[in-house]
Ligand binder design. Structure first.
Ligand SMILES: Cc1cc2nc3c(=O)[nH]c(=O)nc-3n(C[C@H](O)[C@H](O)[C@H](O)COP(=O)(O)OP(=O)(O)OC[C@H]3O[C@@H](n4cnc5c(N)ncnc54)[C@H](O)[C@@H]3O)c2cc1C
Length: 458
């Protein structure tokens, strides 16, 4: 159960960020790892509190056995800890880097939570380093063929489980590289792309086939015993503002995709922020990734507009533990902007009213209504829209003959993953834009339903 007095004696220490100035000159991993002694000490802080909210629905959609592997890590039994972790977590190297760690917010130690995410990352990276992570090839093949459309976290998690169950899995992906938003969305400094490629190579060695540069066609419904649509929900919310078309206005994911392509090719991005005044519209996580990316590209300045008021510093009474705290968080990009510009790039209760050549006009908001007389013109050579997502692409839905839900998703009316006959959906495409860990859990849940369906077909 960890060290009974560990949480009293040992201070919580996360993997530290690399120095802000140094990391602004590259797109390498944001964090520096800590040595094994530090990790074991951090694992010793897990209280095995008897009611581990960390692994409940509040804490972990995958229901990772957190107190168990923290205990094994504390005792220096890393290989067993990793086995325990991989019982429920398909790709700890992704969640160990990008998960917001709902489990830590649900920890009984609250603000002093055990560093589960860093511990998870340490276990999987040690596993790769020491050769404990090897292809797990299913001993028996069922002869049933499954197509998974989309290679984001939900598609990868479903493909992984279906392959493990002995089915022949083909992942069909329209992009030139696999990974979905893990590849083209989340920036390299948060999730190095070599980490995504390493996992895909492992899955290939395990027998999963990847067809890249391929648009899924409904003909696959006849070619495969089951088809699982995991196409994501990247349709961006547009802004309804006056725009004469003279400025450079882009959606955040297009910008971030171009930035990652440039990092991978070693060239200049096709949408670069270099020497430009950048305005990011949207104060959320995607907006923060745009801020961090623009600073690395050498922007002249960066401002992040947010319609909502600044969140409270502490939890409100209607948002108690172990819920995710809706409190003010200052993420890496914002910290870097503070370092570079001397102030928080976020401007609250403000939106764009008009887009002009080299400038934008902003206006203050009360609720969602503009306050007359508060207009202000600020420099802007590149405006990035990070105002959320409104569901999945209608083209794929139309081609496969699926009616979208009110939220623009492929959520079956009965709440399962089965749309009709041999057609299923999972991940953001089913739930709407969410988190990597939720997409992984949904992909695995869909895989179980597909498996049940295939068993019933025998
Ligand atoms: C910029 C950004 C940063 C984020 N950062 C984080 C983070 O730090 N932590 C976190 O937990 N979550 C983060 N998220 C959310 C997270 O990335 C998503 O919830 C998750 O990737 C959804 O996984 P998915 O598999 O459902 O879909 P996606 O990752 O969107 O993958 C869908 C894939 O399907 C393919 N596809 C679609 N239609 C077709 C078709 N017809 N034929 C063939 N292929 C098709 C697409 O090309 C894509 O590769 C972020 C999201 C964004 C936009």
């Amino acid at each position: 159960m960890g060290k009974p007095t560990g949480f009293l004696e040992i201070e919580r220490i996360e993997n530290p960020y690399r120095d802000a100035e140094a990391r602004l000159h590259d797109f390498e991993d944001l964090h520096a790892a800590q040595p094994v002694e530090a990790r074991r000490a951090q694992a010793a802080r897990c209280m095995n509190c008897g009611v581990p909210f960390c692994q409940s629905d509040f804490g972990c959609p995958l229901h990772n056995l957190i107190p168990e592997w923290n205990d094994l890590l504390y005792r220096g039994r890393e290989c067993e800890a990793l086995e325990r972790l991989m019982m429920t977590a398909p790709f700890p190297e992704f969640t160990g880097r990008v998960c917001p760690a709902l489990c830590e917010k649900a920890c009984n130690l609250e603000d002093d939570a055990t560093t589960n995410r860093d511990n998870e990352l340490y276990l999987i990276e040690t596993g790769f380093e020491k050769g404990w992570v090897q292809p797990r090839i299913p001993p028996v093949r069922t002869g049933r063929r499954v197509a998974v459309v989309g290679s984001g976290p939900s598609g990868l998690a479903a493909a992984d489980l279906l392959n493990r169950l002995g089915h022949e899995v083909t992942v069909i992906e329209r992009a030139d590289r696999p990974g979905g938003l893990l590849m083209y969305g989340i920036p390299n400094m948060k999730l190095p792309k070599a980490v995504v490629e390493r996992r895909v190579r492992l899955m290939e060695a395990e027998g999963v086939r990847f067809m890249l540069d391929t648009e899924a066609d409904p003909a696959i419904l006849k070619k495969y015993d089951a088809v699982l649509l995991c196409g994501g929900a990247k349709k961006p919310r547009a802004l309804n503002v006056e725009d004469d078309g003279s400025n450079d206005v882009r959606f955040a994911v297009d910008y971030l995709t171009a930035a990652t392509r440039a990092v991978l090719s070693g060239g200049e991005s096709s949408i670069s922020a270099k020497d430009r005044a950048v305005v990011v519209v949207g104060g959320g996580d995607t907006g923060n990734d745009c801020v961090g990316t623009a600073l690395r590209q050498g922007c002249k300045s960066v401002v992040q507009l947010e319609m909502m008021p600044a969140p409270p510093v502490n939890r409100l009474t209607n948002n108690p533990w172990p819920e995710w705290p809706r409190t003010l968080r200052t993420d890496y990009g914002q910290l870097e902007a503070i370092h570079r510009q001397g102030g928080d790039p976020r401007v609250y209760e403000t939106t764009v009213k008009r887009i002009l050549p080299g400038q934008i006009e902003t206006v203050k908001l009360k609720g969602f209504s503009p306050i007359p007389g508060t207009e202000q013109v600020i420099p802007c050579d590149l405006m990035l829209i990070a105002a959320g997502f409104v569901g999945c692409e209608t083209a794929t839905a139309e081609r496969f003959g699926v009616a979208l839900s009110q939220r623009g998703t492929m959520m079956p009316a009965d709440g399962t993953h089965r749309l009709r006959d041999n057609l299923f959906s999972a991940g953001d495409m089913r739930t709407g834009q969410s988190l990597v860990v939720r997409a992984l859990a949904d992909g695995r849940a869909a895989a179980r339903e597909v498996n049940q369906y295939l068993e019933g077909q025998v």
